[in-house]
Design a protein around this ligand. Structure first.
Ligand SMILES: N[C@@H](CCC(=O)N[C@@H](CS)C(=O)NCC(=O)O)C(=O)O
Length: 212
């Protein structure tokens, strides 16, 4: 039985929906970032970096979405959640995940957490303004790259789609209301993925949408 530490709607949603896709048995425990529960000593004992997701497995604790998504996919190869290892397609999936983790995720930070990047109100406003220009640029590149394919990797669903979905939902957050340039491919991908059973179940379990 796996245990996933998550915060509702955070990047841990990708790992959560991946667990649903896998059919593996899991429990979830909320780490409420709005009250800094991630800073508690109890949680730091699980993940000293004080971040979600963290997945407790019988082998130990695993953090970082890229590692968790690959681990889950490897446990259920028959489900084809990621392309077969040692193929160009698998490398392409890793390329996507690295891009999402190291470029797309961090592009939201100046807007969501300007206080981490500047101490004064004026400084934070500046960080948010510059961050918004960069975020719009990054989302433009992402929109082009996602294109109109049914799924990120082409014809077939993969866990990369779940990871992408997180950032598509972040684009809807009130703090970004009216600030983002329209991105039709990303909007279409969000609508498609919102209908996926694993996504709906994970979102329901996190209290983001009502139970059906
Ligand atoms: N690269 C990490 C990022 C983890 C991360 O930054 N998680 C955020 C939520 S999306 C978090 O726990 N933030 C708490 C904090 O920064 O204090 C991953 O993809 O797992």
């Amino acid at each position: 039985m796996f245990k996933l530490y998550y915060n509702p709607g955070s990047c841990s949603l990708a790992a959560h929906a991946a667990l649903v896709e896998s059919g593996l048995a899991y429990q979830i425990e909320k780490i409420d970032l709005t009250v800094a529960a991630n800073e508690d000593a109890n949680y730091r004992a699980i993940n000293p970096w004080a971040r979600v997701p963290a997945l407790v497995t019988s082998y130990g604790v695993l953090t970082e979405n890229i590692a968790i998504l690959n681990f889950i996919a490897d446990l259920v190869p028959e489900k084809n959640l990621l392309p077969r290892p040692a193929s160009l397609e698998h490398a392409r999936a890793l390329e996507w995940m690295a891009l999402l983790s190291s470029t797309v995720h961090v592009a939201f930070r100046p807007l969501f957490r300007p206080g981490r990047l500047a101490a004064t109100e004026a400084g934070q406003a500046d960080v948010a303004a510059v961050g918004l220009v960069n975020l719009n640029h990054v989302l433009g590149l992402l929109d082009e790259r996602v294109g109109s394919r049914p799924f990120v990797l082409g014809a077939d669903f993969s866990l990369v789609d779940l990871y992408l979905f997180v950032f598509l939902t972040w684009m809807q957050r009130p703090v970004l209301n009216g600030k983002l340039i329209e991105r039709p491919n990303l909007a279409a991908a969000r609508l498609r993925l919102t209908e996926r059973v694993s996504v709906r179940r994970a979102m329901t379990e996190e209290g983001l949408i009502p139970a059906e």
